[in-house]
Each structure stands twice: as structure tokens, then as C-alpha cells.
Ligand binder design. Sequence first.
Ligand code: MCU
Length: 390
Amino acid sequence: MKYSIILPILATTVLAAPLVEQRQDAACTIPTTFPTTTNAKLPNPFKFFNGKDVTTKAEFACRQQEVSAALQAQELGDFPKKPTVSATFSGSSLAITSTDGGKSVSFSVSIKKPSGNGPFPAIIAYGAPSIPVPASIATITFNNDDIGQQTGSGSRGKGKFFDLYGSGHSAGATTAWAWGVDRIMDALESTTGHGIDPKRVGVTGCSRNGKGAFVAAALVDRIALGIPQESGSGGAACWRISDSEKAKGKNIQTSGEIVGENVWFSKKFDAFSTKSSTLATDHHQLAGLVAPRGLIVIENEIDWLGPVSTTACMKAARLIYKSLGVPDNMGFTGSGNHNHCSFPSNQQADLTAYLNKFLLNTDANTANIERGPAGADAATYIDWTPPTLT
Ligand code: MCU
């Protein structure tokens, strides 16, 4: 099948339902310690750490909170509570000041808007977007490196996030950047004149910044659509599957390698880096934190990114969306091999469908988008049956 020829003519029906759903405010009991028992299979997204089954959507919302806490405790580092935020918009620049514990840091993002008055949907792009952003969607350029440096293992604790919270703060760079995205959302909500609809904001980045976009979509629940591109290990890949692929002789990035290469993850992750099977979670559940919001995962069959790992992991993630009754809110597109972070035309229709549905509020068919190498199935890596949550 060819995807490159013509984009479908798009219907312009405005969807009535809000696409950003706030997580339920159910009273959840969140543990402060998390299991480290060995489990070679991908952990069960539908079993609380206390062993109780998740049977309802409300319970799953609580499960998301404990999964987020576990990811922060073992991998990501702490995601701080909202500081005091003030913002001003002028020209094309949104300037944001965050104050906590008597200290302040400021950063700005630039907004490139469609012509007209809006309000417009927008995509927050880490660095510069490596996907084609349609003219009808604004681009918010976010200098994530300014918030958390990522120039190798020596850059830990550097950047504005760490100026505010201290160089010893546990956050890895991806968590620090997600904090920046959270502040951009605060600023969009609290200022006027920028012409952006805060209910229709996506986040993208490629490669290392794709890991960042994935973590931001997971931690910031005001993001309507996550668009991580070629995030590979640390993003769309599951640590356990990457280790099993490595054992089969693949040239694939693993947790054991990643902790030495850069500071994308917390120092807390070091304890698990060579024993990923003891993590309480895996990255199908990072995607599960985005649910039921929109998520289109863009990949590439470069060995280092782990095409079997990203495909099987994201297929497991789609089981979570299916259990929640929203299978079409998450897709995975990654067939073929192409230059890293160059966006191939055979992924355009999948991306367009997601942008239409989640940012442009137009009708689009996002059903069953699961494209990756043959033979990468979730069933090999799971020992649980996804329930239908009530
Ligand atoms: C895919 O993202 C990373 C990868 O994890 C690193 O190992 C490699 O060094 O750089 C990739 C990247 O960010 O390329 C731009």
C-alpha cells in the first residue's frame, strides 16, 4: 500500500466532545515505595502494586498516578509541583517566570501562528520540529536544552530547572523539560493575546528530544496530543524488550548504555540500568499515562532505536487504550528505514489523521494504526489479559 500519493480530503465536522479529559479526581492511595521483584515480562498495567486488579476507568486513573510515581522514583526523578508562574506575551514571544522557594528563573518560547485571529491549535516543538507542521497549526519553539542540558554525562544538574530546584535535584533532563512544558501550559492558560487554544496543544521532538516529548505527554495531562518521533530507547522502546533484543545480538540501545551516555534519566535509574527486569513498570505504561489523550508514536527501523522493541512495546500500549475503550486515540507508525529524523511520506497520512482529530478538531480516521516490522508482537512479552474497564 502506498501512503505517499494524495492526502485524503478531510471532512471538517467539528467534534463535540472535549479531547483533553482531565484525570479523575478519585481519592487514590499512592504508595511511596515500589516493587523491584524480577519480572522478565512487561508489567501488568491493570494490577495495582498492592496486587488488586484494576477493573474500572476510575481505578485506572489511580493506577496512572501510582505508575507515574513509580516511574519518577525509579527512572525519571521527581516531577515538581507547580511553582508560582507569571507570564507576558509580546510580539511573538511568551516570557515565563517561575518562582519557588524564594528563587526565580525565566525562559521564553516563540510562537509562530497561522494568519488570522485564532484561537489556533499549537505544537510545542523541542528545538525545531522534525515533522511537517501544517499551516493551520501554530508552532511553539521550546529551547529544552536551556531548561536541562544534555551534552553528555557531565551536564547533569545544569540548566534553568536546576537553577531553580538545585543541581542535586533528582530529575533527569526529560523530566526537567516536561516541567518546562507544564509551565508553557500555565503561561498559555494565564495570558491572552497569543491566540493559542490551550486545550489543543501537542508536543513533539525527535530522537533524544523524542524521548523528551514522550515524557512530557505522559507527565503533563493538559497536552492533547503526544507526537514523539524516533524516540527509540528511553521513549517508545520497552527496556525489557530492548535487553532481549540485545541478547539476540542486535546493535540496540539499552538502559545499561543510556545511563552512561547522557543525563536524560534520573540518577535513580542507575540502580536499574543493568537489571531492567526489576523495574516496577516499563514504557508501555509510559504511553499508558498519556491515555485517554491522543498519542501518535512515530518510529524508524534503525537498529539502534530498537524497531522490534518499540513496535511490541507500543502494541502493548495500545492494549491499554483498548481497555479504556479508546483504541483509536493511540497509534504507532514506523515501518521502513530512512534517515534519522527525516519525516518520510509514508507516515504522512497517519500523522495527518492524528493532527486533524486531536488538534484541528476535524473528523479523521485514526483506527488501528500499528505499523512496524513484522513479527514484533506484544503477546511474546506479556502474561496478562487486558480487561474491558467499566
Ligand atoms: C534516538 O536518540 C538518541 C539516541 O538515544 C542516542 O544514543 C544517540 O546518541 O543520539 C540519538 C539522537 O538524539 O540523535 C539526534
